[in-house]
Design a protein. Structure first.
Length: 341
């Protein structure tokens, strides 16, 4: 990232023979220098307003699954305050420096009291030479206000009637979070019958991404479906599906926008039906709003301030209502018995 393109003419970064380089800058900055870099194979991406949030939104749309920010305090502060940093890795050296103008790893964030400090969770410590590496996760942004009325339509009648006040919101996001089993990235293989053949999928995300190209009679599409099914992680599966859909939208099935919610629901139903422990976990959330607290994905997630559609949470609440109705039906189903004479 460079707002004004005040970068050296000669740098190892401009050698793209071993790895690609992308420079993100403000629109119109040093066009002559941009052209010289492009001739070397460097990708230039211009923004009307260059901010950490804009850059991360762009990376997300490109299908990047993780981004490592290595920066000074000037950039670290706006990156953290804009909510794009989830994990912090800080090296502490056995040195003391002071003074108003002393360098700081994080610039001004408007904090004046220790009570305003951001806490890290799941902190780990590792000594590397004379330095200490401290790493931890920034806690989820507080005050997530999910639009409750929009979520209530996914609740069963029994659940909705149980509310006397604003319902509890249960948030989930990463697969390793306390409620991470609700995530479509959780490591729970699923299976389906397809034309008499039992298909095995490593997880919900694998199945979902592959269905983008289902039935498309193209060698590249059929090849990526196979690669997605064999992917070693849901992150890899997501990258394969997203990147091909971005590069070749013509290979995405024509009805995808119409069916993708039902595709996800089918995969979730297979997952929570197969594993009794997961079904019990989902049922244990009865009477609550389930919110996928993705700060960037406003389609599947709730967003940073509840502005997202939260479709993953909605589908889980829909599935939960389905299971509750099944249990209620089983409870009141007439019992039959036989008598030997």
């Amino acid at each position: 990232m460079s707002r004004c393109m005040h970068l050296p003419e000669d740098a190892e970064l401009w050698d793209v023979s071993s790895a690609p380089t992308t420079v993100m800058t403000q629109r119109g900055a040093r066009k002559d220098f941009q052209r010289r870099l492009e001739k070397k194979g460097v990708e230039i991406v211009e923004f009307d307003f260059l901010t950490p949030k804009a850059v991360m939104d762009y990376c997300y749309d490109r299908g990047f699954l993780s981004v490592l920010w290595e920066c000074g305090g000037t950039l670290a502060a706006p990156a953290i305050t804009s909510g794009v940093i989830h994990k912090v890795m800080a090296f502490i050296a056995p040195k003391i420096i002071g003074g108003v103008t002393a360098p700081s790893p994080v610039g001004d964030m408007g904090m004046v009291e220790m009570t305003q400090a951001l806490n890290l969770a799941d902190v780990s410590f590792e000594q590397i030479g004379p330095d200490m590496l401290i790493s931890g996760f920034l806690q989820p942004i507080p005050d997530l206000q999910l639009s409750v009325p929009d979520g209530l339509d996914e609740l069963s009648v029994q659940e909705a009637e149980s509310f006397t006040e604003k319902p509890t919101v249960i948030s989930f996001y990463k697969a390793w979070d306390p409620m991470g089993a609700l995530s479509n990235f959780s490591p729970h293989p699923i299976e389906f019958m397809n034309e008499g053949v039992l298909e095995h999928w490593p997880g919900v995300e694998h199945y979902y991404q592959a269905q983008k190209f289902k039935g498309v009679q193209d060698t590249l599409a059929m090849d990526v479906v196979k690669k997605i099914q064999e992917a070693q992680s849901p992150e890899e599966a997501a990258q394969l599906g997203r990147s091909l859909a971005m590069r070749r939208p013509d290979l995405v099935r024509a009805d995808w926008e119409d069916v993708k919610l039902e595709v996800m629901y089918k995969a979730l139903k297979a997952k929570f039906s197969k594993y009794s422990g997961l079904r019990s976990l989902l049922l244990s959330t009865s009477g609550t709003i389930l919110s996928e607290s993705s700060p960037c994905d406003l389609f599947w997630g709730a967003g940073r301030e509840g502005e997202g559609l939260n479709n993953l949470g909605r589908l889980l609440m829909r599935l939960r209502s389905h299971f509750l109705k099944e249990e209620q039906h089983a409870e009141y189903e007439p019992k039959t018995s036989t008598m030997n004479t």
